[in-house]
Ligand binder design. Sequence first.
Ligand SMILES: Nc1ncnc2c1ncn2[C@@H]1O[C@H](COP(=O)(O)OP(=O)(O)OP(=O)(O)O)[C@@H](O)[C@H]1O
Ligand SMILES: [Mg+2]
Length: 285
Amino acid sequence: MRTFGPKWFKDGSLIGEFSDHLGVAITQQKQAIALHAARVDAELASKAKSEFIANMSHELRTPLNAIIGFSDMLHTRTVTDPEKVHQYSGYIKQAAEHLLALINGILDVSKIQAGKLSVDREPIDIAPIMASCLLIIEAKAREKGITVETSVPQALPRISGDSLRLKQILINLLGNAVKFTPENGRIRIEGSVLQQGYAVLSVTDTGVGMSPAEVETAMRPFGQIDTAFNKRHEGTGLGLPIAYALARLHGGDLRIDSQKGVGTRVSLILPLASDMPAAAEPNIH
Ligand SMILES: Nc1ncnc2c1ncn2[C@@H]1O[C@H](COP(=O)(O)OP(=O)(O)OP(=O)(O)O)[C@@H](O)[C@H]1O
Ligand SMILES: [Mg+2]
């Protein structure tokens, strides 16, 4: 029989038993929490995946149906008026180009999500890259009477990156600025060096702007903000999440400051070539 007393504490049997029980209880509790967390993670990942697949099939079906519908009308000669034939074949071309952009975007997103997309880390002069991207959007900006001001110093130190992927990011940011800025607006592109070995390139527009909740939507795959203005615009809704993931893969970041009805500034932060930090998680939501 056990009695309380110094001897009992000395041999430690009851304390030993208690601590064993406590140890088992704590371990079980920890395992239960870990199991629950893993289940929540898996559920979230599978929910995000099924949402992505559902969105993707919807996005693919819309242009495919347009292609089938219009080509059917041309094929069965329901439409013979040359003006209409020209118009409908134009719709088919547009839908096919949209599908191509969509498939390229989906491939990028799935590569990023699988951790299979890597970026080169070469020393790059950003000014000529920016100039070549500006050429692509120039005509559209002129058509809308949008003024584009650039202030990217030629002497900006080289950044570390992948020139093709940087062009992809910048074409999307500049393209968005032109698309979502009404006639006679302004776009300003600036480049400067931040402290601690980073450069920042920013694209500021006087466009429709976004609320904080809309910025969150814009950063999700297929997230396009539905307004009467946006409805008139083309796009897959994959540009920004890919741009963000690519910036992170460069060891940089992408930040959006926007105000509804006032405008948007998107800042692309990139490491300087002399200071190459490890790439961060790309993080597509
Ligand atoms: N500069 C901006 N001003 C206002 N809204 C913007 C701006 N940039 C993006 N958005 C909003 O965020 C959405 C997502 O942008 P994102 O670049 O991902 O897709 P997109 O431009 O619609 O299509 P894609 O880039 O694939 O051609 C846009 O559809 C638009 O609603
Ligand atoms: Mg875009």
